[in-house]
Design a protein around this ligand. Structure first.
Ligand code: FE
Ligand code: FE
Length: 189
């Protein structure tokens, strides 16, 4: 599928703000790929499409996940919006002709990360958090710098902020975010 067609389709599925965010993740992921030596085109593609399922209503996310046999865990059951990552990978393939497993898995893991991520998965996870349209979050300048200088440290920093934020709000702490955090806190040099 041409990029032009992809953009038109994506624009019809998510709101203007989310679309801008997607473009931000696309070029941020491309920049990170340049610095860390990942495939630039794959990074762009995963970045552009990572939130392609985010526009579905909460209820629809559950329905579509069930319909397409996407496994739903307990936390996703309670917070179906989290399913947009898995659904995003599904739709990238079904609706945007993306067949590259590396790209699809980077889309699938972009919200929580996972232990032992590939470079592309790390890049999308980080780009989603730091892209320039993001509102200011704690330690943002430092986290943005770390993204380009020490991506594993950056991942720990992001998860630390996210987990603390979720804890303060009394929100569900996603099991996978915690797994990712524990992995990278023990494995980053
Ligand atoms: Fe997302
Ligand atoms: Fe996003």
């Amino acid at each position: 599928m041409t990029r032009e067609k992809m953009l038109i389709r994506l624009k019809g599925k998510i709101n203007e703000k989310r679309f801008e965010h997607s473009l931000g993740v696309e070029y941020t992921a491309a920049s990170l790929a340049m610095v860390h030596g990942a495939d630039i085109e794959k990074a762009r593609l995963a970045g552009l499409l990572h939130d392609c399922a985010k526009g579905l209503a909460t209820k629809e996310k559950l329905e579509k996940a069930r319909k397409h046999n996407i496994p739903i865990n307990k936390i996703e059951e309670k917070n179906p919006d989290m399913l947009h990552a898995k659904l995003g990978a599904f739709y990238a393939k079904a609706k945007y002709d993306v067949y590259d497993d590396e790209v699809l898995s980077a889309i699938e893991t972009h919200t929580t990360g996972k232990p032992n991520m590939t470079l592309l998965e790390k890049i999308i996870f980080v780009a989603d958090y730091i892209e320039p349209n993001r509102k200011y979050l704690k330690d943002m300048e430092i986290i943005r710098k770390e993204a380009f200088t020490d991506i594993d440290k950056c991942i720990v920093h992001i998860l630390n902020s996210t987990l603390m934020y979720l804890e303060q709000r009394g929100g569900d702490i996603d099991y996978m975010s915690k797994m990712t955090y524990n992995y990278y806190i023990n494995n980053s040099k």
